[in-house]
Design a protein around this ligand. Structure first.
Ligand code: SF4
Ligand code: MSK
Length: 646
């Protein structure tokens, strides 16, 4: 099928052409066939929360201005947004809970396939939880940490303990507004309750609880996922790898892992190197076993094993279309139901592994942590057995791939900046204070077929680094940056402003720092907290000269992430607006009034370069408020009329 979108990435362009020639439908074709999309849904004015409806509000004021129950556009739009937050927070937090369960298993069973790989991180997490570490065995500490983390989900009194990671002044803001999360599950459940027919009507009250739920994600479930994944799988340290569809290998068994959770994929990465598995692959005529990743499962095993990135969210179908993927192994989240049909056109064995994510007619090999290695071996054996079914006439691997450096974390940035003997954020703070760096930006999130593929990510990131803003990235933005060479230290000299170049050269970092998967947005929160604690840049997160963005956002998780950044005091710009533009009151609240409550606010700007300049204007406003020195190389910022940033 044809599609008219442009592809910044040559590998994807090549595969889209193949799809067109072979008459195979992809996400872009389905997107096109969906046009025009429902205006009521896009504006947030459709409600299906009870069976008196569905109801829709007429945005032009000519039809109904209330649902059958009397709910206004403000109520309906706010409820819809809050339910998106709940969906996103649930996804991240359930991931965190699974990691905590795995840690509990590792602590209790000496034959467990999972080991505690980072004992010093375990001790740091334990100390943050006020768990004693002196003269105690690693397993005892791990058991207490796992239980404490699991309790966060269902606490019946007090507030979430891991909020101790947040700066004290930020916690005061949440307390004053009454949005400090009590337990992770409770806030998600309460969002569903409040948004049930006939409960909360006040759109601001609904959104404030939405923020509480989002904080329970970012500073709760996601933070648990990140911290305990580091304990179990090892804290990332900088490493080199490659990205794009060209990492698939012609004569090798290619296994693509896709989804979000590291528990199975980490073991697959290890087992794929076992001599007997490699021997089996060779028996079938392959040169070896090549594991590559899509989406955030990819980021998880890239960060810790250097496993290459085959691609981002929108490349999952394109990977299968290479005809060279012998098995695609999926866990949870961002897995397109369309994979089933497209894998049927090729020899690829699609394998679901989570009881939470099955597809009718698709091979399901259920993953259990208790038998992780044995299940990983079975999955790899399926892939190896499928290798001889590959059809050369249908196989085409684009040659494009790019080098990258990944594996950064809150702690490893500390070490990079300060050296082994004096880990510190001081050089980063000093670079901002002296005007060598303008500030920092978190650019994250999905890819979306509603914009030319990767245009949002790449144009925004290039504009920011050109203007001396250090970019930190996660998720699919990180994968796109990798594919476009922006994660290489040397890319600073091609794309970054002079000040950022000097910092990158002095410290040996790329201008864009890959911090991991979507749950690892919590690393951005803890990095900002460390920068704040280093001193000289204010006394709350909302004072920092930083901004956030998700230029091609797509998932409910992105909504939750955006809200926890806004609730943490961060100005957050996304591409297409949240689905609530049919409620001018809610729009005014989210893009303006909310700043007086939490110090952060939303902005919507589909043009990525204009969006970058809105972020730059915001960063400059924060620099002025802190009375920081003028920029050392001010000529890098072209003058521009900015709308929407005060
Ligand atoms: Fe309609 Fe109200 Fe029911 Fe929503 S909750 S579907 S607005 S009647
Ligand atoms: S995988 S949530 S498409 S970033 Fe985390 Fe990418 Fe968005 Fe999924």
């Amino acid at each position: 099928m044809a599609n008219d979108l442009k592809f910044a990435d040559p590998a994807s362009r090549e595969m889209a052409l193949k799809a067109k020639q072979e008459n195979i439908d992809t996400v872009w074709d389905r997107y096109k066939s969906m046009q025009p999309q429902c205006g009521f849904g896009s504006l947030g004015l459709c409600c299906t929360n009870c069976s008196m409806g569905p109801c829709r509000i007429d945005p032009f004021g000519e039809g109904p201005d209330k649902g059958i129950c009397g709910a206004s556009a403000d109520t309906i739009a706010a409820r819809n947004i809050a339910r998106m937050i709940a969906g996103g927070a649930a996804a991240h937090s359930d991931h965190g809970r699974d990691v905590a369960h795995t840690l509990l298993l590792a602590a209790g069973d000496k034959n467990c396939d999972y080991k505690i790989k980072d004992e010093s991180k375990l001790k740091r997490v334990a100390t943050n939880y006020n768990i004693a570490v002196e003269n105690r065995s690693t397993k005892d500490i791990a058991r207490d940490v796992a239980k404490k983390a699991l309790e966060e989900f269902g606490k019946y009194e007090g507030t979430i303990d891991i909020l101790s990671y947040a700066p004290p002044n930020r916690r005061k803001v949440w307390d004053a507004l009454g949005i400090t999360p009590r337990s992770i599950d409770r806030e998600i459940v309460e969002t569903m309750h409040r948004t049930h027919m006939g409960v909360d009507v006040d759109y601001k009250n609904i959104i404030r609880h939405g923020m509480r739920t989002a904080i329970a994600d970012g500073w709760g479930g996601s933070l648990v996922a990140t911290e305990l994944s580091d304990v179990l799988f090892g804290s990332p340290t900088p490493l080199r790898a490659e990205a794009n569809l060209g990492v698939l290998k012609k004569d090798w068994v290619n296994v693509v892992v896709h989804g979000h959770e590291p528990t199975l994929s980490d073991i697959i990465a290890v087992v794929s190197q076992a001599p007997d598995m490699i021997a089996l692959a060779k028996e079938k005529g392959a040169a070896g076993i090549n594991v590559a990743g899509i989406c955030c499962t990819a980021n998880e095993i890239l960060m810790r094993h250097g496993i290459p990135l085959a691609g981002s969210f929108l490349q999952q179908e394109l990977a299968i279309m290479t005809g060279a993927v012998d098995a695609m192994v999926v866990d949870v989240q961002c897995i397109m139901p369309g994979l089933d049909k497209i894998s049927g056109c090729f020899h690829t064995r699609l394998i679901t592994t989570s009881p939470k994510c099955k597809m009718p007619g698709v091979t399901h090999m259920e993953f259990k942590e208790e038998a992780a290695t044995s299940i990983a071996r079975q999955i790899l054996t399926e892939a190896i057995d499928n290798f001889p079914n590959r059809q050369p006439s249908k196989t085409h691997i684009p040659e494009h791939r790019e080098d990258l450096v990944a594996g950064f974390s809150t702690e490893s940035i500390f070490r990079f900046l300060g050296g082994t003997y004096r880990s510190t954020y001081r050089p980063l703070n000093d670079a901002i204070i002296s005007g060598r760096l303008r500030g920092a930006a978190g650019v994250i999130g999905c890819s979306n077929p509603n914009i030319d593929y990767e245009k949002g990510h790449i144009q925004m990131v290039k504009e920011l680094i050109k203007n001396d803003v250090l970019v930190v990235t996660t998720g699919c933005n990180a994968i796109s940056c990798a594919k476009h060479g922006l994660l290489k230290p040397e890319s600073a000299f091609e794309y970054a402003g002079k000040g950022l170049q000097e910092v990158c050269a002095a410290v040996g970092i790329p201008p864009v720092i890959h911090l991991g998967s979507c749950v690892d947005n919590s690393r951005i929160l803890t990095t900002l907290t460390a920068v704040l604690a280093e001193g000289g840049l204010g006394d709350d997160l909302c004072h920092l000269p930083v901004a956030g963005a998700a230029p091609e956002w797509m998932s409910e998780k992105a909504v939750s992430i955006g809200f926890y950044f806004v609730a943490s005091g961060v100005y957050t710009v996304i591409g297409h607006p949240l689905p609530m533009m049919g409620s001018p009151n809610l729009k005014a609240y989210l893009t303006d009034e909310i700043e007086f409550e939490v110090g952060g606010k939303w902005a919507f700007q589909p043009d990525p370069v204009k969006a970058a300049h809105m972020m730059l204007a915001h960063i400059d406003k924060k620099r002025a408020a802190l009375k920081l020195k003028p920029m050392m190389y001010p000529q890098s910022v072209p003058p521009m009329e900015i709308q929407g940033s005060k």
